[in-house]
Ligand binder design. Structure first.
Ligand SMILES: Nc1ncnc2c1ncn2[C@@H]1O[C@H](COP(=O)(O)OP(=O)(O)OP(=O)(O)O)[C@@H](O)[C@H]1O
Length: 251
């Protein structure tokens, strides 16, 4: 069983401390954690620190990853690609990262299946530079999923997607977390997505952890007021699901 725990994590850019003392309990496989908070709260910086791409104090504990398997993949917010590759070639390269370039029939089949799950098969032979922002975001998601990580950090992976695609991608991520027992940390601005698809939420405000816990407990009117400075509340909709209802920004 793979697990992840974050202990006293901080991030510094040069002399500027951006994030301080982020600590979580042990996160077990199959969990999706929504990383929430306003612009510039430090969500991307947290991901960069967990992925080993930013300096700072604290520890990231990852346990239980079998030898030779991909422990962690970080899908950044900005996945704009300038390489002269087709969609299919870029996913093959992602699949082969750091390993021999021989592509097996089984790997090609997995890539086909993944492109199909993301409904981007028709883009396979298109060049990355020719894609729309949303199409590029879907390719980035394919590149991260094809590597079959045990822990996947996704930074606002649905920001450029239409409503239908947002729901498809989040449902796919939920299914893969359940089936592959993947741990997913996903930065989201839409709190209803956190309530609908994630197990727990890590709320960050001004570079510090506000709260960590089950989404339905963390996302409430106090969070809306204190962290987001908006007037609103959470209520059950006609389907019985919790949903954020916003009245307006607080002055
Ligand atoms: N490379 C960098 N050097 C210096 N400061 C940085 C760097 N990257 C980010 N910052 C600063 O760190 C703070 C947190 O940025 P970060 O991108 O982590 O926020 P975020 O919560 O992901 O925001 P958003 O929701 O807007 O994407 C911001 O004030 C930002 O200006």
């Amino acid at each position: 069983m793979v697990s992840l725990a974050i202990e006293g994590l901080g991030v510094r850019y040069g002399r500027t401390q951006i994030l301080t003392d982020i600590t979580t309990p042990v996160i077990h496989d199959g969990s999706i954690i929504a990383v929430i908070g306003p612009n510039a709260a430090g969500k991307s910086s947290l991901f960069r620190r967990i992925a080993g791409l930013a300096a700072g104090e604290g520890q990231v504990h990852i346990e239980g990853v079998p030898d030779g398997e991909q422990a962690l993949v970080y899908l950044p917010q900005d996945t704009s690609a300038s390489a002269a590759l087709t969609v299919f070639e870029s996913v093959v390269l992602a699949a082969k990262q750091g390993r021999s370039l021989k592509v097996t029939a089984e790997e090609l089949e997995r890539i086909d299946e993944l492109l199909d799950s993301l409904r981007i098969t028709s883009l396979a032979s298109r060049y990355l530079a020719e894609l729309s922002g949303g199409q590029r975001q879907l390719v980035g998601i394919a590149q991260s999923l094809i590597r079959r990580p045990h822990i996947l950090l996704m930074d606002e992976p649905t920001a450029a997607l239409d409503l239908h695609r947002q729901m498809e991608v989040l449902s796919l991520v939920r299914r893969l977390a359940d089936e592959r027992r993947m741990i997913v940390m996903i930065a989201l601005h839409d709190l209803n997505h956190a309530l609908g698809y994630c197990d727990q939420a890590l709320a960050i405000s001004q570079g510090r952890m506000h709260r960590f816990g089950p989404c339905a407990t963390i996302i409430d009117e106090h969070l809306l007021e204190q962290v987001y400075r908006v007037d609103g509340h959470v209520e059950r909709n006609s389907l019985g699901q919790p949903q954020v209802v916003l009245k307006g920004p607080l002055l």
